[in-house]
Design a protein around this ligand. Structure first.
Ligand code: 6CS
Ligand code: FE
Length: 298
């Protein structure tokens, strides 16, 4: 067992100075002609941009099933009282429910679905396990968004993922308009790592899942990134999905419309990249946020 001090940290962050370094890992870990649901040209586009938008990953009927399950979970007082439920800072409405692939048979089936599992394996070039799953309700009338960040920066610093060998999929369960707080990604930003300054407070997750402040790039870096890469807003019908690389710079705005922007969000990590000790945090986050069960999804 290597102790933290002996480890090489390829992606230092949460130090006194902000750094930007070139990515040291492939984006697509399997050979270009690897079998799987993603076409060769889509795989190349994912490699280049760090994301892949799919117009209809699940059918309208399936959207109905998952929406009903989301509504059931959010309405359950036991779930609301559970630590896996995160509420909106202002309205106290449920904002997210974590580890849904464990608490819901319906969502457990989704992570095993070949349309998800096959794509994750093709991108990561190995068996995969679920590092994190959540439903985001993003209700109307004021749900707050997420400021710009790289998920990998958090998953490396706080959950101990050593390499950039994880992929997220966000499946829309309500229509994503250009007005109700949709996901924004900077295309190509996944090829540069931003090591942020600022130390990770203990129990950071209690705040960061409502409003992230540790691991936030500076205005200067974000301006340079936006000028270089641009910003793409993802809109689409319920059932559409966005796959994005763990290091893509992304965020979302507040939702002040009456229309919720609900999605299910699943993070697949390679079994070759299993979580170690945090690289820049005093303690591990709870397992419902950063999984420690590395059993491959079958
Ligand atoms: O800290 C995390 O793991 C979560 N936070 C954000 C803002 N995005 C990714 C992830 O779900
Ligand atoms: Fe994120």
């Amino acid at each position: 067992m290597t102790v933290a001090s002996e480890r090489t940290d390829l992606y230092p962050s949460r130090t006194a100075t902000e750094v930007t370094i070139p990515r040291k890992d492939p984006v697509v870990w399997s050979p270009q002609d690897a079998p799987g649901p993603i076409t060769r040209s889509d795989l190349q586009s994912y490699d280049e941009n760090g994301f892949l938008a799919i117009e209809e990953l699940i059918t309208p009927e399936e959207v109905g099933v998952y929406r009903a399950e989301l509504d059931r979970l959010v309405a359950d007082p036991l779930i609301r009282a559970d630590e896996r439920a995160v509420v909106e800072p202002k309205s106290e409405k449920v904002r997210s429910v974590f580890e849904i692939h464990k608490i819901s048979e319906v969502f457990a089936g989704l992570v095993r679905d070949e349309r998800l599992l096959g794509r994750a394996r093709q991108i990561l070039g190995s068996d995969v396990y679920v590092h994190q799953s959540r439903i985001n309700v993003k209700p109307g009338f004021g749900a707050s968004g997420f400021y710009w960040h790289s998920d990998f920066e958090t998953w490396h610093a706080e959950d101990g993922l050593p390499r950039m060998r994880a992929v997220s999929v966000s499946i829309a369960l309500t229509e994503n308009y250009d007005t109700n707080g949709g996901l924004m990604i900077m295309p190509g930003s996944h090829r540069t790592y931003v090591g942020c300054n600022g130390v990770t407070p203990k129990d950071n997750y209690k705040r960061s899942l409502q409003m992230q402040d540790a691991g936030i790039p500076s205005d200067e870096v974000l301006t340079e990134f936006a000028d270089r890469h641009g910003i793409r807003l993802f809109t689409g019908k319920a059932g559409s999905a966005t796959w994005f690389d763990c290091n893509a710079m992304h965020g979302s705005g507040d939702n002040i419309t009456p229309y919720p922007r609900s999605n299910v969000f699943i993070v697949f990590n390679s079994v070759e990249n299993a979580a170690e000790e945090p690289f820049a945090a005093p303690v591990r986050r709870p397992e419902f946020i950063g999984a420690r069960d590395f059993t491959p999804v079958r």
